[in-house]
Write a new protein. Structure first.
Length: 180
């Protein structure tokens, strides 16, 4: 059986369906600074985030690739930098065979800070996802940190310029009580 690699699964968190409740910055976290943002910038960025997460939940690699700028850069833990939309799209499309029969149980991002300055924005948050695989394969569950830098295009839509993602430390596993 093909077991998905950590890097491939990490990338899924980047494909990232998004419940509207996750669009808000959490209480006690710094609010967005939109001092030089165009009118409607935050609303259109929230719409981008909803698409970003929707692509993860739907495991829609083509739609995920469409969110990238032509010169975008993807920095995933344990992998070489991927530079350019074509390279990123090729990698995303390569996930499809590894995900045959898989189901995304959840994919969320709790955005902790969002800043918009003119046509540029950056945001960071905590990403959580769980993927169920066909029998004989373990489910993949992960939590990590994500950083996006996006640029608003002339038509008003946002495109990913840079994404960086990494896993949070996992709690130690409890020793098995089974006898050999």
């Amino acid at each position: 059986m093909l077991k998905p690699t950590f890097a491939a699964m990490a990338g899924l968190s980047l494909l990232p369906a998004f419940a509207s409740s996750n669009l808000a910055v959490k209480p006690g976290v710094r609010p967005s600074a939109e001092t030089s943002a165009r009118p409607g910038a935050r609303e259109s960025l929230d719409a981008f985030n909803k698409k970003f997460i929707g692509n993860c939940t739907g495991m829609d690699q083509a739609a995920a690739a469409a969110l990238w700028a032509d010169d975008g850069v993807d920095l995933i833990q344990g992998m070489q930098p991927m530079v350019g939309k074509a390279v990123i799209a090729k990698w995303l499309n390569g996930l499809t065979p590894q995900l045959k029969g898989a189901k995304m149980l959840y994919c969320t991002v709790d955005w902790r800070d969002i800043k918009i300055q003119g046509d540029w924005a950056y945001e960071w948050g905590i990403n959580r996802q769980k993927i169920a695989f066909p029998p004989l394969q373990e489910a993949f569950e992960n939590e990590g940190k994500i950083l996006l830098i996006v640029k608003r295009q002339a038509a008003g839509d946002w495109r990913l310029e840079l994404e960086s993602w990494n896993s949070s430390p996992q709690p130690p596993k409890k020793p098995s009580t089974e006898k050999p």
